[in-house]
Design a protein around this ligand. Structure first.
Ligand code: NAD
Length: 356
């Protein structure tokens, strides 16, 4: 196991580094340039790490910009405010944006960096588990429109992803548990060893938040995401397997107006349905199906009941991966091995909802 993982994208390659202190890293990088830099974060992260933010704000070329919490902040309005501030502070092509936060901060900061002067450098400092294992890697940046999430954006790679695991000490448990859905997903689609590591340590993680084990899981997840992104940066075939559990998961999020569940919680349910379909209509054995359900059953999730099937199926039908009357659906052949399947019908998806 290494503390530095390369995301291999030719000229756009970068490293994911496990670091001791985000403030130390930002301070070193900002001190090495004369250009203006912007640290983008959020109020509650600022309050929790005030001493470190205050130290950074004393650097002559670093300004701190705090964006609001939540999905509604992923908007053109926020991007306009950030880029106007960059212009008013004379940011140039060598300026650097530091994204210190979860997926919301990373998506916004990356998108702003990608369009200011047609692109300045940005570095991801993920502060949530989800951002550490998923959203900070791969260069997907963007904002939401009224008609849907992440509809406007760019693939624009960061210069580095710097993971300071100490951030996890202040993250609410619900956020940790929901993000573990993505870690479990990597195990399902790509790596049986990771699945087994999570299955054998899940009780420790859920009860005592073992940082040592979480670090091991984060590194393995980063290696997998980095492999997948390096092979398929533009989300054609391989990167699509990362959508395991997401077709139904996204529809559940939409069904509840994005209010009741965190994204990862919806993905847990989406994976449950995808496992059912993999077992009933694909190659997943009964033994591995039951083993998978055992792991998912350890997570304490808000309950979900789909009563209005038409409303739910409308969300399925508006999925980006839709093709005619079928969906491009990710199924498991076995734990650690997945396939993209074109033959799952709307009826079968509806049938899978019985496992919720
Ligand atoms: N770009 C991608 O590839 C990608 C992938 C998956 C998800 N996403 C996006 O990521 C977003 C979700 O990200 P998220 O789950 O990280 O949520 P988030 O960014 O909304 O953060 C969740 C909450 O935790 C707070 N927080 C962050 N770090 C903290 C810390 N260390 N201690 C205490 N509180 C902290 C945040 O301020 C926020 O209130 C969504 O907008 C989703 O669309 C992007």
């Amino acid at each position: 196991m290494t503390n530095s993982i390369k995301v291999d994208l030719g000229l756009d390659s970068y490293k994911i580094n496990m670091i001791d202190s985000f403030a130390g890293s930002i301070s070193n990088i900002a001190s090495a340039t004369e250009s203006q830099c912007m640290l983008i974060s959020q109020e509650n992260i600022y309050k929790l790490y005030k001493n470190k933010f205050d130290l950074l704000s004393r650097l002559p070329n670093v300004s701190i910009y705090l964006i609001d919490d939540g999905e509604q902040t992923k908007s053109f309005e926020t991007i306009t405010q950030i880029t106007n501030k960059m212009a008013s502070e004379h940011f140039d092509r060598s300026s650097i944006v530091f994204a210190v936060g979860g997926g919301v901060v990373g998506d916004i900061a990356g998108f702003a960096a990608s369009i200011y002067m047609r692109g300045v450098d940005y570095i991801q400092y993920p502060s949530t588990l989800l951002a550490m294992i998923d959203s900070s890697i791969g260069g997907k940046t963007g904002i939401n429109l009224r008609s849907g999430k992440n509809l406007v954006g760019r693939i624009y790679q960061p210069k580095a992803v710097e993971i300071d695991i100490n951030f996890l000490s202040t993250l609410p448990s619900r956020q940790i548990n929901a993000a573990l859905a993505e870690a479990v997903k990597y195990g399902f689609i790509y790596d049986k060893q990771l699945f087994e590591l999570i299955a054998s340590s899940i009780d420790d993680i859920l009860k005592s938040r073992s940082i040592k084990i979480l670090e091991k899981i984060i590194i393995q997840c980063c290696e997998i995401k980095s492999d997948v992104v390096s092979e398929d940066v533009n989300e054609h075939e391989l990167r699509m397997i990362l959508n395991f559990g997401h077709t139904v998961g996204h529809a559940i999020e939409g069904y509840y107006d994005y209010k009741k569940l965190l994204h990862g919680e919806a993905i847990f349910y989406g994976m449950k349905c995808a496992l059912y379909l993999s077992n009933k209509y694909g190659n997943l054995s009964n033994d591995e199906y039951n083993e998978s359900l055992d792991l998912l059953s350890k997570f304490d999730l808000p309950s979900v009941r789909i009563k209005d099937y038409d409303k739910f199926m409308n969300y399925i039908k508006s999925d980006k991966k839709i093709r005619a009357s079928n969906v491009k659906f990710i199924l498991l052949d076995e734990i650690g091995k997945s396939q993209i399947n074109d033959n799952i019908s709307f009826e079968q998806i509806k049938e899978s909802l019985k496992v919720l």
